[in-house]
Design a protein around this ligand. Structure first.
Ligand code: MSP
Length: 521
């Protein structure tokens, strides 16, 4: 079967700071998508990594008395370590100091220089040092001349740099937005960009002279390549697009264009306006969708180290230790800021959600069904048929219900509506609870003439739970794996449609009682 490609990326993270909930969140979203696409038998490439050049890294290194490369090595290693720890299944971890990346960036910049879309000029504007971004007079005024990211004053600054003619792409970018209403999601973010696109586009610097920690401009040694241009290219250098004779290109060119660039809302302009214009200039296809989520705030306020509400790795560890890694993943993915509003991280909400969804729904239903199989049939799965006919129960057409849940799940996952996809699996589990309450197997167990019905009810419960466990696998992989092992279900193999189809559990197979999510107080 011909596989379709799915390419999903996170932003690459700055190495002047340590990882926190924001980085873990974006990467976990991409992980859930990547895992689900693999289940759907697509050919997936999931990229993350670190953004290591620029004035901020240079300055942090000076402060710490180490070289920028040393600082980058230490922090990049920490970002890399969160991948394994949070069970994030990225296929590649790119570093912008990798020679494969720097070489290709120089090649791309050379092509831009030759294309006539780049010129040497002087620009004066309001500079956000933290974000390494220039603002126009209008936008600086709107921001009250302070950085929207760190609140520090914007600096009036003028620089002689190489500029990319973003202004020449005004119409093409407008067309892109008009012709592809889902190029930027969610819609509220798209509207924000459309608002900004009403103003004349300013050309953007692609080089800098005020520091040296960057990729040298191939044609002018006084300049290093602007960190944002360097960073954006990671999405295609990881695929070898700038070195068409390389093995990497041969293996990975098929993944471009990206299915999704998943980013936070603060870097949408770079991704939805500057990046497409650069790709247009290079004559390369554009990503299919730039999805900008909102921010985690903490206990009602913007996260800040000085306020003491910062969600760093140490705090995350305390949740993982108390509730499990899967519970952590489930909480951030289902309660996080995927839509247009920020999400508040509140300890109490974590506990409530854990109890309601994981303990009382997934945990309780799986343990209830496996316990009844143990009690009534010594843990041996019965058949759901009698005289060659399936025993059915009024109001519960399970094969059809499962099929439509699987269909909804697939569509939602493809559309990056991860919360809705997860909800379609949770609905199945809630319906199993309802089924148990209505058919009352514990009553049938007292009547020897009802053994066939009892066996069929428990078969059907277990089979729905098995299917739900595959659908929940991308978000809570360890627990769902534990469950499938306990019920002797086959592993999720290459043919999703077969693995997930009704009837996967064979009668006669054995089941152990499970306790997946213990109650925590
Ligand atoms: N290096 C640039 C991105 C270059 S991409 C070509 C950068 N790095 S960063 O380290 O600052 O990471 C920013 C990303 O971290 C955001 O876009 C978002 O994905 C994530 N988050 C950072 N803080 C966040 C929250 N408080 N909440 C959710 N995610 C946020 O920008």
């Amino acid at each position: 079967m011909l596989k379709e490609q799915r390419y999903v990326t996170t932003p690459i993270y700055y190495v002047n700071d340590r990882p926190h909930i924001g980085h873990v969140y974006t990467t976990t979203l991409c992980d859930v998508y990547a895992r689900s696409m693999r289940h759907l038998n697509h050919d997936v490439f999931f990229l993350t990594g670190t953004d290591e050049h620029g004035v901020k890294v240079e300055q942090s290194a000076i402060k710490k008395g180490v070289s920028p490369q040393e600082l980058a090595d230490i922090h990049s290693a920490e970002f890399r370590s969160i991948m394994g720890k949070f069970e994030l299944t990225n296929d590649e971890f790119i570093r912008t100091t990798d020679s494969e990346h720097t070489k290709q960036v120089q090649a791309f910049v050379k092509t831009l220089l030759d294309s006539g879309d780049v010129y040497l000029g002087t620009f004066e504007g309001w500079y956000d040092e933290g974000q390494e971004e220039y603002h126009t007079e209008t936008s600086a005024r709107e921001l009250d001349y302070t950085s929207p990211i760190n609140g520090k004053p914007l600096i009036r600054s003028s620089e002689k740099n190489y500029y990319f003619k973003l202004s020449a792409y005004q119409d093409k970018i407008a067309e892109l937005f008009e012709n592809n209403p889902t190029f930027v999601r969610p819609e509220s973010r798209r509207n924000e960009m459309l608002g900004r696109l009403k103003e004349d586009l300013l050309d953007v610097p692609i080089s800098r002279t005020n520091f040296s920690w960057g990729i040298p401009l191939p044609t002018d040694e006084e300049h290093v390549i602007y960190v944002w241009i360097d960073a954006l290219f990671n999405y295609i250098t990881a695929l070898g697009l700038g070195d068409t004779s390389s093995d990497i290109f041969a293996k990975r060119k098929k993944y471009w264009p990206a299915s999704y660039h998943i980013i936070g809302k603060e870097i949408l302009w770079f991704h939805s306006v500057i990046w497409p214009a650069v790709l247009m200039s290079l004559d390369l296809p554009l990503p299919k969708c730039v999805f900008a989520h909102s921010f985690w705030i903490s206990e009602g306020k913007k996260m800040s180290k000085s306020m003491g509400n910062f969600i760093d790795l140490e705090l995350i560890d305390s949740y993982v230790d108390k509730y499990s890694m899967d519970a952590w993943r489930y909480y951030i993915v289902t309660q996080g800021p995927l839509g247009s509003s920020d999400a508040d991280f509140v300890a109490e909400n974590f506990q409530d959600l854990y109890n309601a969804h994981l303990v009382n729904t997934v945990g309780n239903c799986t343990s209830r069904v496996t316990a009844m199989l143990g009690k009534y049939f010594d843990g041996v799965v019965q058949t759901e048929s009698q005289n060659g006919k399936r025993i059915t129960f009024d109001g519960f057409d399970w094969p059809t219900t499962c099929e439509s849940a699987i269909g909804a799940w697939s569509l939602h996952m493809e559309a990056f509506a991860l919360d809705k996809a997860i909800e379609s699996a949770m609905c199945l589990i809630r319906e199993v609870d309802l089924f148990i309450n209505e058919t009352a197997p514990f009553k049938l167990a007292k009547d020897e003439t009802k053994t066939a019905e009892l066996g069929a009810i428990l078969y059907q419960c277990l089979e729905v739970l098995r299917i739900a466990s595959i659908l929940l696998d991308p978000v809570i992989p360890s627990k769902m794996n534990e469950f499938r092992t306990a019920i002797s279900a086959q592993t999720i193999n290459d043919t999703f449609s077969e693995t997930i189809a009704w009837g996967g559990i064979k009668n006669g197979s054995t089941v152990e009682k499970v306790a997946l999510f213990p109650r925590v107080s």
